[in-house]
Write a protein that binds this ligand. Sequence first.
Ligand SMILES: [Zn+2]
Ligand SMILES: [Zn+2]
Ligand SMILES: [Zn+2]
Length: 236
Amino acid sequence: MENNDYIERTNFKSLIEEDGYDRIQDRLNIIDVFLGIEKHVTLEEMYRLVKEKGYDYEPEFVRQCMKRMVDLGFAQKKQFESQPIRYEHRHLGRHHDHLICTKCGKIVEFANEDLERLQSEIAALSGFHMLQHKMEIYGLCSECLAQRKLLMPLAMAKTGETVVIREIAGGRMARSRMADLGLRPNDNIEIINNNGMGRLILAHDCTRLAIGRGVARKIMVSLSDEKKDAACKEEI
Ligand SMILES: [Zn+2]
Ligand SMILES: [Zn+2]
Ligand SMILES: [Zn+2]
C-alpha cells in the first residue's frame, strides 16, 4: 500500500470510528479496494472489484460506503456527458481536470498550473471569486483517432480483407452507383478480388458484386473486425 493510501485509510478509519460505525473492517476493505485503483469507477465496477477481492458484500453496503467516502472527502463523484456517475479519489490540495473520449469513453487526467492561474485571472477580471470549476475536454483519444485515420479508399483494400463502408467521398455519381449495388454505410464487404487494376469483385449480403475502380476510389472504408458472412448458406 502506498504511503499516501495508508494515510487516507487511517484518516478514514478514525473518522468512521468517531461516528460510531459498525463493520469497520468491512468498510476499510472497501476503501482499500477503492484506493488501490487509479481510475474513475462506476458503482457497478466497484461491486465487481470488491467481489474480485473475495469480499461478498451487499451492493447497498458498498453504495453506502462510497457515499460515506464522498461525504468525508475521500472520494468525489463525477459525471461526464453521456456517461454514468463515477467515483474517483479526492486527494486534498491536488486538483486535476479531464479529457474525455466521446468514442470509447476513456478518461485522461491532466493538471496544468498555467491553465489554473489563467482561469482564476479570468474569474477575477469579472469580479468573480472562483470557488470551484471543472474543465472537461471532449474529443477523440489517440487510439480512436488512429483508428479513424485508418480510413482508406476501397480501391486500396486487399484481396481477402473484410472492410466496413464508412463514407462516400464522391458526388452524386458514386452515391447512385452505390445505391444501385445496394451498398450502404456500415455495411461489411469482403474483397474477393482486387488485383490493382480494373474492377474489384466484392461479396456483400451473400452476393458477389463487380465495382469499377473509379467508384472504389470514392468509397472510404476501414478494416472490419467482423469475420466474413458465415450466415450465407447455399439455397437448395
Ligand atoms: Zn482545473
Ligand atoms: Zn477513445
Ligand atoms: Zn479524475
